[in-house]
Ligand binder design. Sequence first.
Ligand code: GMT
Length: 387
Amino acid sequence: MKIGIICYPTYGGSGVVATELGKALASVGHEVHFITYTQPPRLDFFSENIFYHEVSVASYPLFEYLPYESALASKMVDVTVNEQLDLIHVHYAIPHASAAYLAKQILKYKGIHVPVITTLHGTDITLVGRDPSFEPVVTFSINESDGVTAVSESLRNDTYSSFEILSNIEVIPNFIDLNRFQKQSKGHFKLAICPNGEKLLMHTSNFRKVKRIQDIIQVFAKVQKQVPAKLLLVGDGPERSGMEALCRDLGVAADVRFLGKLDTIEEALSLADLFFLTSEKESFGLAALEAMACEVPVISSNAGGITEVNIHGETGFVSEIGDVDDMVANTIKILTDEGLHVQMKANALARAKEFSLEKILPMYERYYEKIVGQSWKFPTQKFTDAE
Ligand code: GMT
């Protein structure tokens, strides 16, 4: 199949899922065309089945805001016509789903029919998409997609409860490449960071407000009074400087390391004893899954789809959003009970295997076949054939 993938070319979340999905589809023989405004970070290698098409937006003095959506739709039209795409798969509804709708309508006038699948990832539904400035367009473009998927049951339910959705939403969960995300022996690095055998706690994200990183730092400050520990914070974003200040205020700055963006996140995860994900919104929590694949139990909030990944009492513990004291108690429980810790590490890996790439990729392929098949059963008439 010839598939166009549209996503944000970012380090985390939907961009990573879209890029890894495209790479996996290419590895099993599909022709994959990425259409983005810059090359996705994990697409820096040669594959005969992967193509990259850059969306560039012409600037003009009149434009206070560059019309990216129009440029994206035009590029989708161009690639569909010239590469004869069978399917367009957009990741993150805003503005990709509405740009795809526009492209589809333009293609219709050229006598070309291409089905569009929209994958909802999280904040496009739970946060940004609900804003009145986006909601009508999000609702319309979801309803006009030929297929819609959500990365968790929770996100599917949120979509139905917040928007007037008329179509069926298929849940296809996020996945993990277990060949890449596996525990590596990095004992010497651990010794450098934790020279006195301290426990290593970790979090990785884009440092946005929804991640509630302040909870992690507060938990850490309290845990550290009972269990010697260090905290690694990986990633970068708007909250970072505020979090650095909080570490200083709580007197834990010397034991917290801000590592910035890391390409080889699995190396850092291999050192960790526990992983934190304390978000107030989280459709899935890919970061937690990556930790679990590296045998790291998770202390999390109960936001959104996190509980579909982190199983309370098995792969870690789950607390109410913002319940710092409960998170402290759970953290100490794991760190002071070697038997429990060992069991949870094994459970975390076993759970991660349920989301392996090998299991989830065929779900996407089957869904593609269904949508392409369905839409060809009722082909859009060529405009020139219409009465
Ligand atoms: O976590 C973020 O803020 C990034 C965001 C994105 O779309 O790039 O991530 C969302 O999509 C990921 C991949 O499907 C999910 O694992 C994250 O849980 C989700 N983030 C939120 O819902 C906040």
